[in-house]
Ligand binder design. Structure first.
Ligand code: NDP
Ligand code: PYC
Length: 338
């Protein structure tokens, strides 16, 4: 049986901040990364919670990421914000560009933000959920490393390419979904390997192109997209929109830069924000009510909305004031202290 370690929420946040600052991250980066992994752990998204500290530190120790980079915000066009992350991690770059993106979306109804030149380790739901909490609908997407074979192929070519969407709901948690376009996230494969557990069927092939449930063989082979050719096409769209469209790297190009270091991917991210009130004009209250009818019709029949599990986990965590992680992960995080 796996032994676990329980931490209070304060201890979890302090652990993240201490490990990051001890490994040379500036105060701003340490705070924004800690906030991101804390949110993941709080909502029981284990593949993007405290576990990610291992990759953040490995990436700074490999001299790839600049732990003190100061992002530069550029007002690129009336509807476009560009943030150069300067090879820092993405959360601080997002924080820097967010106010201008919101201002532009409120002025024009829609605006986009390209974050360039960023190392990226995070789940996307905290980002889009924050925009929805400010009353905007939002989408986010990014490439990663070329671990995933296209439908019908056998070679890692596409990233795990997540896409997330949020819709604001007055008085309620926003509607949010966020998923990898691979059948499972790379982080899940890594967690299965650490726990010595087999993978579900249909998520990966080995180096010979044969289906495998062995996480190590999957990492040496290729992951598969969700939904066959449909997930594959969506993943290609993400490569294009959050790659060449915004003058940034594809997952294959990010993988080349990694040179086998197994660090966090380096690439761009595209975020699009929509002002539902400006789109809706005089109808916006009615539009919001009709959206609620749709959600009700889904929930009424016993189906659940995406993020419901996460919001329930958040409630449990906040009530207990604690998070629980595998004891081995806790030891590995402590061992990151220089
Ligand atoms: P999951 O498959 O765990 O979940 C995908 C989405 O579907 C979630 O919004 C989830 O909500 C929802 N969902 C799950 N089951 C149901 C159900 N039965 N009914 C309705 N909705 C459901 O996510 P992935 O493993 O694909 O991705 C995990 C994370 O990894 C994401 O947050 C993603 O951003 C991150 N990631 C980041 C990458 C990066 O490059 N930075 C790359 C790839 C992934 P709920 O959470 O409530 O279960
Ligand atoms: O889980 O696929 C993943 C991932 C890649 C980068 C960060 N998370």
């Amino acid at each position: 049986m796996t032994e676990n370690k329980t931490l209070t929420l304060d201890e979890a946040m302090t652990l993240a901040l201490t490990v990051l600052t001890a490994n040379g991250f500036s105060e701003g980066h340490a705070r924004s990364i800690a906030r991101t992994v804390y949110a993941g752990q709080r909502d029981e998204c284990h593949s993007h919670g405290l576990y990610r500290l291992l990759m953040c530190v490995a990436t700074v120790r490999a001299n790839l990421v600049d732990g003190a980079a100061v992002p530069e915000v550029v007002d690129q066009a009336p509807g476009v914000v560009r943030v150069d992350a300067k090879r820092g991690f993405s959360p601080l770059a997002l924080e820097a560009g967010r106010p201008l993106l919101i201002e532009k979306a409120r002025k024009s109804g829609i605006a986009a933000m390209a974050i360039n030149n960023c190392f990226h380790f995070s789940a996307l739901w905290p980002e889009v959920e924050d925009f929805a909490n400010d009353g905007l609908a939002a989408m986010a997407m990014n490439p990663s490393h070329s671990w995933v074979a296209p439908a019908g192929g056998t070679r890692g070519t596409l990233g795990t390419n997540p896409i997330a969407f949020a819709w604001p709901r007055p008085g309620k948690h926003p509607f949010v979904f966020d998923f990898a376009t691979s059948a499972v996230a790379r982080g899940e494969i890594e967690l299965h390997r650490r726990a010595g557990k087999p993978l579900p069927e249909g998520v990966a092939i080995d180096a010979d192109g044969k289906p495998t449930a062995d996480p190590a063989a999957a990492m040496a082979g290729a992951m598969l997209t969700f939904g066959g050719h449909k997930g594959s096409a969506l993943s290609i769209m993400i490569e294009l929109l959050a790659g060449p469209l915004i003058s940034d790297l594809t997952s294959m190009e990010s993988q080349e830069i990694d040179k086998g270091a197994n660090a966090t991917p380096l690439h761009g991210e595209l975020i699009i924000a929509f002002d539902t009130k400006l789109f809706g004009g005089n109808n916006s209250a009615d539009n919001a009510a009709r959206a609620e009818k749709l959600f009700d019709a889904i929930v009424d029949q016993g189906a659940r909305l995406p993020s419901q599990r996460r919001y329930e986990a958040r409630e449990r965590t906040m009530a207990s004031g604690t998070v629980t992680i595998p004891a081995k992960l806790y030891e590995d995080i402590l061992a990151l202290m220089p």
